[in-house]
Ligand binder design. Structure first.
Ligand code: PLP
Length: 434
C-alpha cells in the first residue's frame, strides 16, 4: 500500500472513530524543518507544528542524533525504580530554566494531560484542600483530571460524565470580549469581579487548592489575558494560600516569543506543566514546581512506567539545546512581527477577518461574517481547504479561528511562501470564488 487513499482505507476499519479529528485525506510520511511530505510525495508547509509539539521543526539533526545515540544504548528501564543519566540531567536543566525562583523539582509524565492531572494531585496534597479553579475556554487535556478542568470542547465531555467533582470554572478575560468603548482597566475590573463571584457565594477560598490557568489560551483561540488580570488572580491566590499553576504545554518553549508564556506577565507560578515540544514531540511531559510543593506527595504518587524514559529525556536535552543555541524564543518574536504585519495588512483588506492576534509565532485569526461579525465556520472551512490545496497545513480552533503555529525554525522564505498562500486564499474568499 503506497497511496494516501489505500492507507486511509486500511486504517478506517480499525481506528476508533474518536481517534482523529478529520481534516485532510493524507498520510504523513516524513518531515524536515517546516516541511511535511505525504506518502505520495506531495509537500506541504506546516503551519501547525503538530499542534505546537515540534517547535524545533521536523527531524532536527541534533534531536535525531540524540534519539539514535540513546536508543542504541538503552531505550527503557523504568525510571520508577532506577535513575538514568539523560533524565537526571534534564531534571536539573528544567529546574534551572523554570520561571520559578528558589528550589524547584520536577515529576515526569507522558503527556500534557497527565502533567495537568499531576498539578491537581500535587496541589491537593500540598494544601490539603479539595477545590480546583480553572477558566472557561481552557484546554488542559483529555484524562479525567485535566478534562475536568477544561472547558472548550463539548464533544470531549459527552457520554463520559460525571467529571471530577470540586472544579469551578471562571470566565477567561478574552480581550475579544471587551465591550465597545470599554477601557482595559474597566474590562479587567469587570472580569476580576466575575472571577471573585464564586468565592463570595459558594466557593470557600480556604478550601481551594489551586487556580490553574493558561496565561495565553491555546485551544481557546490564542487569547492573552490582560497582565493586570493575571497579576490580580495570582495575588488573590497567594493571599489565600491557594497555589497558582500555569499550563505551558501549548504556549511554552519559545512559542510566544519568550521561553515561557508566563514570562510575559512578570509573575512566578508555584507549579507549571510542560509537554508537547519538550522532547520535540516524543511523549514526555513534566510537572515543574516549587520543591516544597513537589515533595508533598509520597512516592509513587505520580509516576508512570515509561515517563522520564531515557530516549525521550535525551531528546528533550537536545531540544532544549537547540532552543537555546538557535535562540528560538527570540526568533519566534522576530518572525512573529512579520506575521503580525502580514495579518494587519490582510485585516485592512478583508472585513471577514474579525480579529487577529499574534504573540511570537503564535496566532489566532477570527473568520467572521463581514456584516454581522458572527463566527463563520463555513468560510473558515473553505479557507482551510483552499490553503491545503495551495500547499500549506493549517487548522481551526473553536471552528472559526485559524490557528497559526508553524515550527519556530521556519525560514523567512518559507514564511513568505505561507503568506502568499494565505493572501491568495483570502483574496479568493473575498471574490466569492471559494
Ligand atoms: N494543555 C494544553 C494547553 C494543551 O494545548 C494540550 C493539548 O492540546 C494539553 C494540555 C494536553 O496535552 P496532551 O495532548 O499531550 O495530553
Amino acid at each position: 500500500m503506497t497511496t494516501n487513499k489505500e492507507l486511509l482505507a486500511a486504517e478506517a476499519g480499525a481506528l476508533a472513530k474518536t481517534a482523529r479529528i478529520k481534516y485532510f485525506d493524507i498520510v504523513i510520511d516524513s518531515g524536515k524543518g517546516a516541511l511535511l511530505k505525504d506518502v505520495e510525495g506531495h509537500t506541504y508547509l506546516d503551519l501547525l507544528a503538530s499542534a505546537s509539539s515540534t517547535n524545533t521543526g521536523h527531524a532536527h539533526p541534533k534531536v535525531v542524533a540524540a534519539i539514535q545515540q540513546q536508543a542504541a544504548k538503552i531505550i527503557q528501564y523504568t525510571p520508577a525504580y532506577f535513575a538514568n543519566s539523560p533524565a537526571a540531567e534534564l531534571a536539573q536543566k528544567l529546574a534551572d530554566i523554570a520561571p520559578i525562583s528558589g528550589p524547584v523539582k520536577v515529576a515526569w509524565g507522558n503527556s500534557g494531560s497527565d502533567a495537568n492531572d499531576g498539578i491537581i494531585k500535587f496541589a491537593r496534597a500540598f494544601t490539603g484542600r479539595q477545590y480546583l479553579v480553572s477558566f472557561m475556554g481552557a484546554y488542559h487535556g483529555s484524562t479525567y483530571g485535566s478534562l475536568s478542568t477544561s472547558a472548550v470542547s463539548l464533544n470531549m465531555a459527552r457520554k463520559i460524565g460525571p467529571l471530577l467533582p470540586g472544579v469551578v470554572k471562571v470566565p477567561y478575560p478574552d480581550p475579544w470580549h471587551r465591550l465597545p468603548d470599554e477601557s482595559e482597566t474597566a474590562f479587567v475590573d469587570r472580569m476580576f469581579a466575575a472571577f471573585l463571584e464564586p468565592f463570595k457565594t459558594y466557593l470557600p477560598a480556604e478550601e481551594t487548592a489551586v487556580i490553574m490557568m493558561e496565561p495565553i489560551q491555546g485551544d481557546g483561540g490564542i487569547a492573552k489575558a490582560p497582565t493586570e488580570f493575571v497579576k490580580r488572580v495570582a495575588d488573590f491566590a497567594h493571599q489565600h494560600g491557594i497555589l497558582f499553576a500555569v499550563d505551558e504545554v501549548n504556549q511554552g518553549l519559545g512559542r510566544t516569543g519568550k521561553m515561557w508564556s508566563i514570562q510575559h506577565f512578570g509573575i512566578e507560578p508555584d507549579l507549571m506543566s510542560v509537554g508537547k515540544s519538550i522532547a520535540s514531540g516524543l511523549p514526555l511531559s513534566a510537572v515543574v514546581g516549587r520543591a516544597e510543593v513537589m515533595d508533598s506527595l509520597p512516592a509513587p504518587g505520580h509516576l508512570f512506567t515509561t515517563s522520564g524514559n531515557p530516549v525521550t529525556t535525551a531528546a528533550a536535552l537536545a531540544t532544549l539545546d537547540v532552543i537555546q543555541e538557535e535562540n528560538l524564543p527570540e526568533r519566534s518574536a522576530r518572525l512573529g512581527k512579520l506575521a503580525a504585519d502580514f495579518f494587519a495588512e490582510q485585516a485592512e483588506k478583508h472585513a471577514f477577518i474579525g480579529n487577529w492576534r499574534m504573540y511570537g509565532l503564535d496566532g489566532g485569526i477570527d473568520i467572521v461574517d463581514p456584516q454581522t461579525k458572527a463566527a463563520d465556520p463555513v468560510a473558515t472551512t473553505k479557507l482551510i481547504y483552499r490553503i491545503f490545496q495551495l500547499g500549506a497545513i493549517m487548522i481551526s480552533l473553536k471552528e472559526n479561528i485559524l490557528r497559526f503555529q508553524p515550527p519556530l525554525v521556519i525560514t523567512e522564505k518559507q514564511l513568505q511562501q505561507a503568506f502568499a498562500i494565505l493572501a491568495q486564499a483570502f483574496a479568493e474568499l473575498e471574490m466569492g470564488k471559494l
